[in-house]
Design a protein around this ligand. Structure first.
Ligand code: ABU
Length: 518
């Protein structure tokens, strides 16, 4: 009976051991029940409610904070309700995000991490985790193909931050004085990444469509946040599959130099967010070498394909990059968050970011203080993201990750083949997807006989959001949609969940047709 027990009765309270164990067993029961149901296809992916419904205290679930403590019984109810009204991202029919799945070993790793509750900044307080991070990053660098896995790296709070690190260290490499003097010490520096697809379209559609980028918006964000300015992030033309056209890069580098600007950094994306496109890294590397620019590969989504003998050729040339972003929390199914920034040059992260805080990084400690990795980071406190990943790698082996990645790509091929000639479907780009991204329109029967033109486009633009809203209301599955450039809203299917099977792909298609049939 937890109704008369409160947090103050748990450890470290006197006689707190027994209630603590009972309380934690109850919590484990809630969590294991949730895990079991997440893999049960008869369970909904979500129980959707509008924000105002949740804020109004639906079925007694009160989000407001109170002055007085709640009983442990109520705390357990809060735990159950939190999971009840959340989204089961591990459900085999959750396809909405690049990061999906519920890996049991990863989950165990996350539980252990929270229990240890330490900080990654010094070896002093995280000796085992710091070593695990070093060894895992070295292994990742070996897989990239850097000699002997030499170099540097860190786990950071997500791909956008990893990409931001790459811009910072590129700037430090070429203009180290900026660290002290600021941007006024440098000429006008420009960065390059793939384009905004801006194609003329009719006024109504233009108002409806948000202009979207092939590259992840994080390079633009880094440009703004680090003081380059958005105008100095130059966007590169892409082909119909979303891949950068190298000749356009070279032309824009030359044009920038003619204006007196200094081309500093090129981002090549390995696995774009929407199309899953892989930029031609070798061609881009040739241009970077010719014009002495930093080459970063944003492999947040596609970097994991390096683990697959069958698919790693899509990143051919990555070993020529100066830095790489690689998010195991996406395609490798590691619980969020787990994103690595990997750098070919050893010591540059430290040089770029160190502030030598004397209260953390004392040089006269009794151990080798190069293991105090915290001063390489832009944050101070740093979560232990490594353990769950390390544990999963131990449990699966490299071969297990390879099988996972190959299976997800096989499933996306199954989907592509199933719908490419199916009545009522149109592919957004022609040819087999490079990654698991399958982008398509579903055309309801009522639109099939309307001739192509603005009226049809306007109608089609409304289809995916409407079907998605019905999916969420019924809770059966979730898949993303977006417009891109002159293309009206289309579905983007992505597969990274190890629980998904062909039956779930079949289910998704049946569901789209059931909900979209008019
Ligand atoms: N970092 C991009 C994530 C986008 C997505 O999950 O769809």
């Amino acid at each position: 009976d937890f109704s008369n027990l409160f947090a103050r009765d748990l450890l470290p309270a006197k006689n707190g051991e027994e209630p603590t164990m009972q309380f934690l067993l109850e919590v484990v029961d809630i969590l294991t029940n949730y895990v079991r149901k997440s893999f049960d296809r008869s369970t909904k992916v979500l129980d959707f409610h509008h924000p105002h419904q949740l804020l109004e205290g639906l079925e007694g679930f009160n989000l407001e904070l109170s002055d007085q403590p709640e009983s442990l019984e109520q705390i357990l109810v809060d735990c159950r309700d939190t999971l009840k009204y959340g989204v089961r991202t591990g459900h085999p029919r959750f396809f909405n995000q690049l990061s999906t799945g519920l890996d049991i070993i990863g989950l165990a790793g996350e539980w252990l991490t929270s229990t240890a509750n330490t900080n990654m900044f010094t070896y002093e307080i995280a000796p085992v985790f710091v070593l695990m991070e070093q060894l895992t990053l070295k292994k990742m660098r070996e897989i990239i193909g850097w000699p002997n896995g030499e170099g540097d790296g860190l786990f950071s709070p997500g791909g956008a931050i990893s990409n931001m690190y790459s811009v910072m260290i590129a700037r430090y490499k070429y203009f180290p004085e900026i660290k002290t003097k600021g941007m006024c010490a440098a000429p006008r520096l420009v960065l390059f990444t793939s384009e905004n697809v801006r194609t003329a379209c009719c006024l109504i559609i233009a108002q409806l469509i948000q202009l979207k980028t092939q590259h992840h918006y994080s390079i633009m964000k880094a440009g703004a946040a680090l003081g380059f300015g958005k105008e100095n992030v130059i966007l590169l033309s892409t082909d119909e599959r979303g891949r950068v056209i190298p000749a356009d890069l070279e032309a824009k580098v030359i044009a920038a130099k003619q204006k007196g600007y200094v081309p500093l950094f090129v981002n090549a994306t390995a696995g774009t967010t929407v199309y899953g496109a892989f930029d031609p890294i070798n061609d881009i590397a040739n241009i970077c070498e010719k014009y002495n620019m930093w080459l970063h590969v944003d492999g947040a989504w596609g970097g994991s394909l390096l683990m697959s003998r069958k698919h790693r050729h899509k990143l051919s040339g990555i070993e020529r990059a100066n830095s790489v972003t690689w998010n195991p929390h996406k395609m490798m199914g590691v619980p969020l968050q787990c994103s690595a920034i990997l750098v070919r040059e050893k010591g540059i992260l430290q040089g770029c970011n160190s502030m030598c805080a004397g209260y953390l990084f004392q040089p006269d400690k009794q151990y080798d203080v190069t293991y105090d990795t915290g001063d390489k980071a832009i944050q101070c406190g740093r979560h232990v993201d490594i353990f769950k990943f390390w544990l999963m790698w131990k449990a699966k082996g490299t071969v297990g990750f390879q099988q996972h990645i190959d299976k997800c790509l096989d499933l996306s091929e199954y989907l592509y083949k199933k719908i490419k000639n199916r009545e009522g479907y149109e592919m957004v780009f022609q040819g087999e997807p490079q990654h698991t991204n399958v982008c398509f329109w579903y055309i309801p029967p009522s639109l099939r006989n309307i001739p192509d033109g603005e009226e049809k486009r306007e109608q089609l633009h409304k289809v995916a959001p409407k079907i998605k809203a019905m999916m969420m209301e019924s809770g059966t599955t979730m898949v993303g949609y977006q417009p891109q450039g002159d293309k009206v809203n289309f579905f983007r299917m992505v597969i990274s969940n190890h629980a998904a099977t062909t039956s779930d792909i079949d289910f998704l298609i049946d569901e789209i047709e059931r909900l979209g049939h008019d």
